[in-house]
Ligand binder design. Sequence first.
Ligand code: IVH
Length: 672
Amino acid sequence: MVTSADTEFEIKRLREEIDKHNYLYHHQDAPEITDVEFDVLFRNLQRLELEHPEFLASDSPTQRVGSPPLKSHAKIIHEVPMLSLDNAFSEQDLADFEARVLARLKTSDIIRYCCEPKIDGVAISLIYEEGKLVCGATRGDGTTGEDVTQNVRTIDTVPLCLDGTGYPELLEVRGEIYFPRSAFKAVNQLSIGRGERPFANPRNAAAGSLRQLDSRLTAKRKLSMFCYSVVQAKGGHLPDKQSEILLKLETWGLPINPLIEVRQGVKNCIEFFGKLLSRREYLDYDIDGVVFKVDSLDFQERLGVLTRTPRWAIAHKFPPEKGVSVVKNVEFQVGRTGALTPVARLEPVKIGGVTVSNVTLHNMQEIERLGLMIGDSVLINRAGDVIPKVISVIAKKRPGNAKRIELPNTCPSCGSTITNNEAVAKCISGRDCPGRLRENIRHFASRSAMDIDGLGEKIIDQLIAASLVNSPADLYKLSREQFIQLDRLGPKSADNLIAALEKSKKTTLAKFIYALGIEEVGEYTSVVLARSFFGLNLLFEATISNLMSVPDIGLIVAQKIYEFLRVEKNQSLINELISLGIHWDIEEPPEVKQVLRGEVWVLTGTLSTLTRNDAKVRLQALGAKVSGSVSSKTDCVVAGDASGSKLIKAKALNIRIIYEAELLKLLEQRNV
Ligand code: IVH
């Protein structure tokens, strides 16, 4: 039987545990459990407190948000507390939310919701007096935050002065500071290059950067922001709907997320959730769900707030992107360049709807940085860039028999010696190593390269084991009979493979360059090379400085391409492939396609499916001049996410504005 003392003890234990994890998450940026595990603890405590109100205490974590502010920054008391949001994890949770809203409003009318992405960053409060930014403060415990005004001032997308007219004398807006994924990748690459510890994820990087005591350091990090609400507006008038307030903020130059939509009823909100879930990986910022807010401020007021959450809003969280698993073993794989990569074999774990059982550990330095041993429990993330990675080792869960991970002395594929130069362990047998050959063939046949449909890993392994394939060119010499001899490959599949090989012979120069597997030459660089050299001969003739004049190609990449084309074996492979029938259409000379010649285009905001530089190069290929600022000479503005003053200026000057989808259509139609 559960006694009252047991319940009291359990409540106390849960509070202590939640407080500890809150501290680790908010102050140490070193979580020990996943968000889902945290939510489970939190919900258990909420449930127990609800069932046993006699044990409710004002210092329970359910009654406040986050942790106390750091000692180092000045304190700011929030006049309006910074609230948190109640979470929904299922459609049922949402239906319950809507039922509560309708019951409180005593209505059966369809409710309008402002649907917003839930940005996974750090909450911020900004105060503008007479249009000037006077204060930026973090949430802290919801009542008292930290004064980070100097740091906030360094963020490009945060206006120091509001644009336009009609803003209130005092305006307090709330929003989220985030670290764009592209900038995050660049910062982490730099840290790794310097041998420093990289940030675990963009949210931690944003939190760490915003809390810097030296704002010059914050300025170096390319932080950004989206505003999501107004909590104070004195001496001025604001619309009476959340969605319209956000539009108003945009006219004053405050950054608003471009994916926000108004939907009628919770059913339509669910559709918005699905839409954002599918777009999530293409965005340049992390989102961990969506927020549905009753759009009418009058309704919001009537619904009111609880201690830590409003009754008029709910966050619908995405399925978790983090999970905990156990490293059962670490194996070393030979890559295309002969480099040995450690791969952790995991106890399979479902993360964000996908089962993860292997995760690359990159190199021995990464293993050392993580302090990883075989048998360890690890926190795994597969956010954003989809490739799962180990974030940290859960030291407390290390078993007594955990094993050290050692670099093998010989190649696991061919038994040759391993060299360990410049911190990269490599098999010395070069292209003859079957492991390396396998990766080369896999790359060659992959969809973005020669796109040989049906030529999977198992078939490649057999072809190599039977010595039928020693180079990519050998694939095109295989007969139907040789395919039929392979294990579990019937005549039909053999015919399909022969047909797929034949089909793959007609390709593009970009795909062919990519298929060659030149180090540092990815898909994008291959496209740029093909576009700049219009034929293999010109590429063969190119000097290192010719190559460097191509946008986005630096010295290292230019050297790799130059050297690759000077190796006799590579030259004969290329010639052999061409004599076996691989061909492509010669690209049209650029003049024919330069439909934007003489036009001035401006890119603003963040594009979600291509980098700004990529968009610039491609517009230039169509003949446009791409300028950094909007003026009466501008012909067209491409507005991405968080477009600010440039977009407003373009609107004022009546300049043509297009959005990302239109840009993509244009580029696609023109084949650039
Ligand atoms: S509204 C009273 N809208 O999520 C409502 N919050 O878990 C306050 N967040 O503290 C929040 N995107 O830091 C709101 N579009 C959005 C948001 C958002 C991210 C954060 C915010 C808040 C936390 C709640």
